[in-house]
Each structure stands twice: as C-alpha cells, then as structure tokens.
Design a protein around this ligand. Structure first.
Ligand SMILES: NC(=O)c1ccc[n+]([C@@H]2O[C@H](COP(=O)([O-])OP(=O)(O)OC[C@H]3O[C@@H](n4cnc5c(N)ncnc54)[C@H](OP(=O)(O)O)[C@@H]3O)[C@@H](O)[C@H]2O)c1
Length: 240
C-alpha cells in the first residue's frame, strides 16, 4: 500500500511501538489520528502535532468513546496496537480476575469493536488496511502470562479468519508480531530487546509491501521452529 495521502487510526500511539509508528507513518505522508490514556503522554503527543483521542480501551465505554470520536471521519488504515499485559501467575500471588477482564477487553475485544465499527468506512475506500498487533507469544505462550498470551493468540486467530473473509476485497489484513521490544511493557524483563523504532520500521515495511504478516526479529525464527516442531516452539517459549 502507498501510505502517502492515507489516513491512519493507530491505537496506543502515545508510547512505545505505537509512538514510533505514528511518527514513521507521518514521515511517509500519512495523516495520523491516535489514541492514548495517560494524560501526560496524550498532551506530549498532541504537542508533537498529532491528533490524539483520550480513551481507556479496557472497557466497552472506553472503546465507544474512541468509536464516537472518529465517527464520520475518513479512515483508510486501522492499526490495533494498544495493548498491555499483567502477569497472572498462581505461583506468585492469587491473580486478580478483574485485571484479567480488563486485559482481555483491551487486547481482544477493543480491536474487534473497532473493526466492526470501522468496517463500512474501510470498505468504502479505494484501498484500506487493518493491522492487528499480536505477539510472538500468540504462537506459543509463556508460563507467567497466560491471560496476555491467550488474548494475543485469540487476536491472531481472529485476524486469520478475517483475512480469509476479506480476501479479494479492498481491505487488506496484516498481522504484526513483535518480538521482545524495549518499551515500558517489558521494563525489567530480559535483555537484547529490539528498539521500538526498529520494530515500527518493520511494521511500515510490511504495510507497504502488502505482506500478510510482519514477523519481526526473533519471531521469524520462532515461526520456522514452530513450522518444524510446534512442541519445541512451546518448550522454548513457556520459560520466557
Ligand atoms: N513491547 C514488547 O516487547 C511487545 C512484544 C509483543 C507484542 N507487543 C504488543 O505491541 C503493542 C504495543 O506495545 P508496547 O510495548 O509499545 O506498549 P507500551 O509502550 O506500554 O504502549 C502501549 C500503548 O497502548 C496504550 N494503552 C495501554 N493500555 C491502554 C488502555 N487500557 N487503554 C488505552 N490505551 C492503552 C498506552 O497508552 P498510555 O501510555 O496512555 O496508557 C500506549 O500508548 C501491544 O499490543 C503489545 O501487546 C509488545
């Protein structure tokens, strides 16, 4: 897809991968509308010249706030990037099921609500794209994050079915699978993290090329291992 002249709605553009992505899309000539929740970060991204809608996407009302704010606007690209993961580990403390619900809504329900609301607009455009940001953990889970991994595996499955439904239409469906990236989400976790700008660069390359998946960094290797031995991929990732 030619990004120049397109309008993209990118959720979670106030920090991390999303904040790099909105800058790179703008540099390609796209108009970007983004969304965030933290007031200070929303203000900072507005000061950088972006249109930012404040909404908490972990609830149906929050998703509705964003949907209402963009109703009637021309949108060619929807990037479902906002996401979070709280660990849910019975070996450490009794996990909070309410926190699990919020994670499930943010990572899985909100993208579905946005896709449903924006589909008529996307289908009316000469060419359009839906980008769902999942994770290498959508391929095989790690033990400490069963809720996060389940949401990402769910979004991966949804994305694959959506792609089949929209095959041959003007709406392209891309799944973006980041590896471990240096953002606040992975603070204190692991080493050898990919810089967020490089991850966003690989998303943009995949958006321009019309690929079905952006398997970023180590996720490429994980896909190869998984294609040869899903059991081996699960054994590697479960300890992550
Ligand atoms: N970092 C990684 O290693 C990694 C790996 C695989 C997949 N991913 C996926 O990549 C995407 C971006 O992650 P990231 O690492 O860039 O995360 P991040 O740095 O924590 O940024 C997340 C973005 O989503 C927004 N967000 C978080 N919770 C929200 C909520 N309840 N309602 C509305 N917006 C919310 C944040 O806004 P506020 O700051 O305003 O809250 C921020 O703009 C996520 O879908 C994540 O699952 C990340």
């Amino acid at each position: 897809m030619q990004l120049n002249g397109k309008t993209a709605l990118v959720t979670g553009g106030t920090d991390g991968i999303g904040a790099e992505l909105i800058r790179q899309l703008r540099a390609k000539g796209a108009t970007v509308i983004t969304q965030g929740r933290n007031a200070e970060r929303v203000t900072a991204i507005r000061a950088a010249g972006f249109e930012v809608i404040a909404a908490d996407l972990s609830t149906p009302d929050g998703a509705k706030t964003l949907i209402n704010a963009v109703a009637g606007r021309t949108i060619d690209i929807l990037v479902n990037n906002a996401g979070a993961g709280v660990d849910h580990d019975f070996r450490e403390a009794a996990p909070d099921p309410v926190a699990a619900d919020a994670t499930i809504f943010l990572n899985l329900d909100a993208p579905i609500h946005l896709i449903c609301a924006l589909m008529p607009m996307l289908q009316s455009r000469p060419e359009a794209m839906i980008v769902n940001v999942t994770s290498g953990l959508a391929i095989a889970p790690r033990a400490g994050g069963p809720v996060y991994c389940a949401t990402k595996a769910g979004l991966r499955s949804y994305t694959q079915a959506l792609r089949a439904q929209l095959k041959g239409s003007k709406v392209h469906v891309l799944e973006a699978l980041p590896p471990v990236v240096e953002t606040k989400m992975t603070a204190g976790r692991g080493s050898r993290k990919m810089p967020a700008a490089e991850c966003a660069r690989q998303f943009v390359t995949a958006m321009e090329s019309g690929a079905a998946e952006a398997n970023v960094g180590m996720v490429k290797l994980l896909q190869v291992v998984h294609s040869i031995s899903p059991a081996l991929a699960r054994r590697i990732m479960i300890k992550f």
